[in-house]
Design a protein. Structure first.
Length: 82
């Protein structure tokens, strides 16, 4: 199953630094990327365990609340090639 990683709790922000790359395995709750707005800096964590299928926004990109920034594949076949 493909899970979307979304920006939450901020209206406008900038992606600062990805902690993982596409193809890397992540566990639920692992930090994925740091995000900064004019009021807060926070880390977006993995919503599920799996493999990062795609990173859709690069470091330095502006993002908005609800925007999909990455996808995680949770099926057994993708997770097997870690």
């Amino acid at each position: 199953m493909l899970i979307e990683v979304k920006v939450a709790h901020v209206l406008q922000a900038t992606l600062l630094a990805w902690h993982r790359k596409a193809g890397e395995r992540v566990a639920r709750g692992d930090p994925l990327v740091d995000v900064e707005s004019d009021k807060v800096a926070l880390a977006i964590t993995a919503p599920e365990t799996g493999v990062i299928a795609a990173i859709l926004k690069p470091e330095g990109a502006p993002v908005a609340s609800g925007e999909v920034i990455a996808t995680i594949e949770t099926s057994g076949t993708s997770a097997a090639h870690t």
